[in-house]
Design a protein around this ligand. Structure first.
Ligand SMILES: [Zn+2]
Length: 186
């Protein structure tokens, strides 16, 4: 199936605990990375509902956003990023840090409710030597659900088409939950 023309998601290597997951659909993206000039996927202005769905943005706030990783390491793999294009957490304002921290907690809450995972990998890669690539200069946190034995799970459903369907479904299930988010930080 021809891949819909969309903006590529993060190329990042996963946080350390994820390296054993096999995600063969990522190879297409990683191979293309050297040839493509990637736009920053975390920088965007006003978006229609259609664009938001195409970009897999489940939450768009004034200071931070949450989106599904188009090349996920596992079902429900989310990324939380500041709206500002900054490369490292010390460049964030205290308020941005607080909002991101809340959104990571929201992501865990909603992923638990929807997917009932056995655990999570939470983390960020700063700099290419730490595994960041593609959009390395716009930092973001990975929130990846894990299941017992999931190193064997994703290859069962491997394939661009299946992953694309999973992403559509994930967006449909998670987006309404994030719409209801009321941050305690204004
Ligand atoms: Zn950016």
């Amino acid at each position: 199936m021809a891949r819909r023309k969309t903006i590529p998601s993060s190329l990042d290597e996963p946080p350390a605990g994820l390296v054993r997951l096999w995600a063969p659909w990522r190879r297409t993206y990683v191979e293309a990375a050297g040839r493509l000039k990637l736009k920053c996927i975390f920088c965007f202005g006003r978006l229609s509902e259609v664009s938001r769905r195409e970009r897999l943005i489940v939450y768009r706030g004034r200071l931070a956003s949450v989106m599904l990783n188009r090349y996920p390491y596992n079902n429900g793999h989310l990324m939380v990023a500041p709206r500002r294009h900054v490369a490292s957490p010390e460049l964030l304002s205290p308020r941005e840090r607080a909002v991101i921290s809340e959104l990571i907690a929201e992501a865990v809450t909603h992923l638990r409710a929807v997917y009932r995972p056995d655990g999570f990998n939470l983390g960020a890669n700063l700099g290419r030597s730490a595994g960041a690539a593609g959009v390395a200069d716009h930092m973001h946190w990975h929130v990846t659900p894990r299941w017992d034995g999931d190193t064997n799970y994703m290859p069962v459903v491997a394939g661009t088409r299946v992953v694309s369907e999973l992403l559509e479904e994930s967006f449909t299930r998670l987006s309404p939950l994030f719409k209801a988010v009321q941050l305690t930080i204004p």
